[in-house]
Structure formats: structure tokens, C-alpha cells
Design a protein around this ligand. Structure first.
Ligand SMILES: Nc1ncnc2c1ncn2[C@@H]1O[C@H](COP(=O)(O)OP(=O)(O)O)[C@@H](O)[C@H]1O
Ligand SMILES: [Mg+2]
Length: 253
């Protein structure tokens, strides 16, 4: 049965999509059947890996308009990688989360269970915020890992998330684990980044760092897995590759 991991902090722009997508690619490149579920109504992960809108999306599955198997798309550039997409245009997932989802808080959990035997690993890419949709995604995960950027307010954001997650666990009876954080876009030359990393390490979390690497954005613009993308023969920095591999090795254990 697949382990399910989501990457979440209520803040936007911290690297949820970048890390979800990159780790999904890494896991698939290592030979594991990996499903990336795009739970963000903006559909960034889907537009990263898919050129055109396929026939069905996540919103269709949760509304019973198709079977989950009909909506899952194989990503040909990365063998073993599959996406359950969301398309921002039309806003169907957003509308569903604002209307029907209140009556069905366990809908994503049920859906993950349905495909857990068909995959080795499942990754959920979440939207910012801590509304119904994000809560439904969090409780369908075995573990949530928090990415954050090394900024002044990040540690406050983490505190808020820890507090909210505690309530979600209690109210929705979820055992979701939360023991790792990732300081993303880390630059060792910047004192503030080093200070935030040191402060983060003082807590109870295992702390990882992913270096700032402009190749991520370029790979996303080109619609390619970062591990396969090159600009004038150059790919991800060696330190970035090392960070991704370490993280990928640890989180699925
Ligand atoms: N390690 C990194 N180095 C450089 N740019 C990054 C890195 N991680 C993410 N980015 C860029 O930051 C922006 C926001 O990242 P994204 O993954 O979309 O955040 P979120 O999903 O949390 O909103 C994107 O343009 C992405 O390419
Ligand atoms: Mg995102």
C-alpha cells in the first residue's frame, strides 16, 4: 500500500508545488510507481507536467462524474510518474470545495485509499491556506512535510501551522505525522538564511535544506522534470541534486 505524503504550509510561494513535483519525479525516476495528486484549484503541478487538459480532472472524480482510473494520466517524459490533474480554468475544484466538500470531509481520504494499492507512493500538492480542501488533503496523508522559505515571518507561519494541525488531528481524528521541515531556496551566503536554519534546528523537527536554484523555475516554464532539464548543457546544481536525493531517501522510509 502506498505511503501518502503532502507538503504544506498555509503560505503561498514557499515551494509546495516545486518540491511535490520534483520529489514525485525523483521517486518515479528511482523506479517507484508514483502518483502526484494536484489538490490545488490553480492546477500549477498539472500545467507543469501536462501540455493539454485531459478529459477528466480531480474535481470530476470527487463529484462522481468519472472513475479515478479514468482521470489519472501517465507522464511520458518520466516513466512511473502519474498525475491526477486539476485545471485552474473553470475553477471546478474551487467551486466544489466551497460548496459540496463541507458535507464530505473524507472524500480525498477515500479516494487515496482507492488507489493506494495501485501505486508505491502518493504525493499531494496542496493550495495555500487551511480551509476545507487543505484539511481534507492533510487527513488523507500519512505524513505532512512543511516547506518554508528562509524569511523573517517563516517561523511564525510554522507555529500557526503546528497549532492548526493539532486541531485538525483532533477534530477529524487523523494521525497524520508532522516531523520534518524543509527550508527551501536556501542560500548559505546569506546570514539570515543561516540564522533561520539554526533556529529551525532548535525545535523538534528534522530540518532539510533545498538550495536556491534558478533551474527549478526554468524547468517548470519548459514543462520538464528538473532532473531532466538542462540549459546550455547545465542542469540542477550538484548541491540541489544531493538535497533532493537525501530528502527522497528519508521520507519514504
Ligand atoms: N529552491 C528553489 N530555488 C529557486 N526557485 C524556487 C525554488 N523553489 C521554488 N522556486 C520558485 O519559487 C516560486 C514559487 O514556488 P512554488 O513551488 O510554486 O510555491 P507554492 O506551491 O508553495 O506556492 C516558483 O516560481 C518556483 O519556480
Ligand atoms: Mg503551489
Amino acid at each position: 500500500m502506498a505511503k501518502t505524503i503532502s507538503f504544506h504550509l498555509q503560505k503561498g510561494g514557499v515551494g509546495k508545488t516545486t518540491i511535490s513535483g520534483t520529489l514525485a519525479c525523483q521517486s518515479a525516476l528511482d523506479g517507484y510507481r508514483t502518483l502526484l495528486v494536484d489538490v490545488d484549484p490553480q492546477g500549477n503541478a498539472s500545467s507543469w507536467f501536462l501540455e493539454a487538459a485531459p478529459s477528466y480532472e480531480l474535481a470530476d472524480v470527487v463529484q462522481g462524474k468519472c472513475y479515478i482510473q479514468d482521470a489519472i494520466v501517465p507522464i511520458t517524459q518520466v516513466p512511473n510518474l502519474f498525475v491526477l490533474p486539476t485545471f485552474g480554468i473553470g475553477g471546478t475544484l474551487k467551486l466544489y470545495s466551497e460548496t459540496k466538500l463541507a458535507e464530505e470531509p473524507y472524500v480525498l481520504q477515500d479516494l487515496v485509499k482507492e488507489v493506494a494499492d495501485a501505486f508505491d507512493r502518493i504525493i499531494l500538492d496542496l493550495s495555500p491556506g487551511l480551509g476545507r480542501l487543505e484539511r481534507a488533503a492533510l487527513i488523507s496523508s500519512d505524513e505532512v512535510i512543511t516547506p518554508m522559505t528562509p524569511e523573517v515571518f517563516s517561523l511564525d507561519g510554522l507555529e500557526i501551522f503546528i497549532d492548526e494541525l493539532q486541531k485538525i488531528r483532533k477534530n477529524l481524528r487523523s494521525p497524520v505525522k508532522h516531523s520534518r521541515i524543509i527550508i527551501n531556496s536556501f542560500d548559505n551566503r546569506i546570514k539570515q538564511h543561516r540564522d533561520i536554519y539554526t533556529a529551525a534546528c532548535e525545535g523538534v523537527f528534522t530540518v532539510y535544506r533545498i538550495p536556491v536554484d534558478p533551474l527549478f523555475r526554468k524547468a517548470q516554464e519548459a514543462g520538464v522534470a528538473p532532473q531532466l532539464f538542462k540549459v546550455r548543457g547545465k542542469g540542477l546544481k550538484e548541491s540541489t541534486i544531493e538535497a533532493i536525493e537525501t530528502l527522497n531517501k528519508d521520507i519514504w522510509r
